[in-house]
Design a protein. Structure first.
Length: 292
C-alpha cells in the first residue's frame, strides 16, 4: 500500500498547488481591470497631445528645439550612445511575458551595435535587470521601484534625465521596449522611439489656429509632456499585459492541475480496487482452506 500512500500524497500536493494557482488567477483578473482603466484613461490624452504637436510642427521649429532635432550621425562626430529603456515586471509566473521583452531588447541592442552606436540599457523591473546582470551586461540604470501601478511621476523620474542628456547632445536617441496591450491574449513586445520626437502624421488639412503665445512656445511646453506620456503609456500597457499574461498562465496551470488530478484519481481508484479484490480473494481462499 506504499504506492497508494504516495499517490494520495501527490494528489494532496497538486490540490494545494491548484488552490494557489486559482487564487493567483483571480488576483491577476482583479488587477487587470484596474490596469486597463489606467491604459484607457491615458490613450485619449496621448491622442490629443499627438494631434496638437502634429498640427504645430514645421521643419523650421524642428531645427530650433533639441527634442525634435535629429542628432549628427556618429560617422560625422555625433554622439554614439543610445539609451534603451526596457520595461519588464518585478515578478515571474507570467509565462513567456518577460522572456519576449528581453528577446526584443537583445535584438535591438545587436542592431544598434551593428550601426555603430553604443546602447546604454535602462531597466524598469527586476526581471530585465536580473537577466542582463546574469549575462554580464549590467544596466546603466536599474529602476525596480516602479511596480505594477505606475504613475506619471514614475515616468517623469525615468525619462527626464534622458531628455536633459539628449538636449545637451550627449545621447543619439532614446528608445523604449515595452509590451503593447492588444487584448488579454495578445500582448506583443513593441519598440518605440521616444527621442528625437517624431510627430505623428497630420490628419487632414492644418487647422487655422489663433495661437497665443506663439507656436514655438506652445510646442516647447508640450514636447516634454509628450515624451513623458509616451513612457507612461508604455509602463501602463506593460503592467496590464503582465496581469493578462499571469492570468492566462495561472488559468492554464489550474486546468493542467485538474487534468493531472483526474488521471491520478483514476490510477488510485484502480490500485485500491485491485487491493480490495486481492484481500477478498485471500479471505475466500483462507475460508476454503479451513473448510477443507
Amino acid at each position: 500500500m506504499a504506492k497508494g500512500r504516495q499517490l494520495k500524497g501527490r494528489i494532496r500536493s497538486i490540490q494545494n498547488t491548484r488552490k494557489i494557482t486559482r487564487t493567483m488567477e483571480l488576483v491577476a483578473t482583479s488587477k487587470l481591470k484596474r490596469a486597463l482603466d489606467r491604459v484607457s484613461a491615458a490613450r485619449p490624452y496621448a491622442s490629443a497631445l499627438a494631434q496638437v504637436i502634429a498640427d504645430l510642427w514645421t521643419p523650421e521649429l524642428a531645427e530650433r528645439y533639441p527634442l525634435l532635432r535629429r542628432p549628427v550621425p556618429p560617422s560625422k562626430g555625433g554622439p554614439t550612445e543610445v539609451a534603451l529603456i526596457l520595461v519588464t515586471s518585478n515578478r515571474g509566473l507570467a509565462g513567456a511575458f518577460n522572456a519576449n521583452l528581453i528577446k526584443e531588447a537583445r535584438r535591438r541592442i545587436v542592431l544598434l551595435e551593428a550601426d555603430g552606436y553604443r546602447p546604454a540599457l535602462h531597466t524598469v523591473g527586476k526581471k530585465g535587470a536580473g537577466f542582463f546582470r546574469y549575462v554580464g551586461k549590467t544596466p546603466s540604470v536599474d529602476r525596480s521601484d516602479v511596480g505594477d501601478s505606475p504613475t506619471v511621476d514614475d515616468a517623469a523620474s525615468v525619462v527626464d534625465p534622458l531628455m536633459a542628456a539628449y538636449a545637451a547632445g550627449r545621447l543619439a536617441g532614446v528608445e523604449l521596449v515595452h509590451s503593447r496591450f492588444e487584448s488579454a491574449l495578445s500582448t506583443p513586445p513593441a519598440l518605440v522611439r521616444l527621442l528625437p520626437v517624431e510627430p505623428p502624421p497630420r490628419a487632414g488639412r492644418r487647422p487655422d489656429y489663433i495661437l497665443k503665445p506663439d507656436a514655438g512656445t506652445i510646442l516647447e511646453a508640450l514636447l516634454p509632456l509628450y515624451v513623458r506620456n509616451a513612457l507612461y503609456r508604455g509602463l501602463a500597457e506593460t503592467a496590464a499585459s503582465e496581469h493578462a499574461a499571469r492570468r492566462t498562465a495561472m488559468k492554464n496551470a489550474t486546468d493542467n492541475a485538474g487534468e493531472i488530478l483526474r488521471l491520478l484519481g483514476r490510477r488510485y481508484n484502480r490500485m485500491r480496487q485491485a487491493q480490495i479484490t486481492q484481500e477478498i480473494a485471500e479471505i475466500v481462499g483462507g475460508a476454503a482452506a479451513l473448510e477443507g
